[in-house]
Design a protein around this ligand. Structure first.
Ligand code: SF4
Ligand code: SF4
Length: 124
């Protein structure tokens, strides 16, 4: 398991690859590049829009985004802070298999009730 720290701002080189993959591939707008009055840029995460899919973690070559599952929690550390997401437990085997925020998104996209996501992929 990689090191879980609270802040990765110093590692971010502002390449914006995470912004692109979140918007163009995942279809979310959970990451933005913003500049202050002096033209200093930073990467800002909107955790309410994030489905914790891990695509930004995958594309970030500088280890500025870290996502790890710790028992019933998915921990996400980014250049704009740390957030913990609750994982859903499989009703059959008890495995914590996906973030509840991601399951809600899948339910909306597939037009299925949340009750359709009670089981992990192994138990379905
Ligand atoms: S977090 Fe990673 S992918 Fe995103 S801008 Fe910073 S270095 Fe690039
Ligand atoms: S984990 Fe969140 S911020 Fe990263 S690509 Fe997926 S939806 Fe976007």
């Amino acid at each position: 398991m990689r090191e879980i720290i609270n802040d990765t701002k110093d590692r971010c080189i502002l390449c914006k690859k995470c912004v692109g993959i979140c918007r163009k591939t995942v279809g979310r707008e959970a990451i933005s590049y913003v500049e202050d009055q002096n033209g200093n840029g930073s990467i800002v995460f909107d955790f309410d829009k994030c489905i914790v899919c891990g695509s930004c973690d995958y594309i970030c070559a500088d280890n500025a985004i870290i996502i790890e599952d710790i028992v019933d929690t998915r921990v996400m550390v980014t250049p704009s802070g740390r957030k913990e997401f609750k994982l859903k437990q499989c009703a059959k085997c008890g495995y914590y298999w996906a973030p509840e925020q991601q399951i809600k998104f899948m339910s909306e996209q597939a037009n299925l009730p949340l009750s359709a996501f009670e089981l992990c992929s192994d138990c379905r």
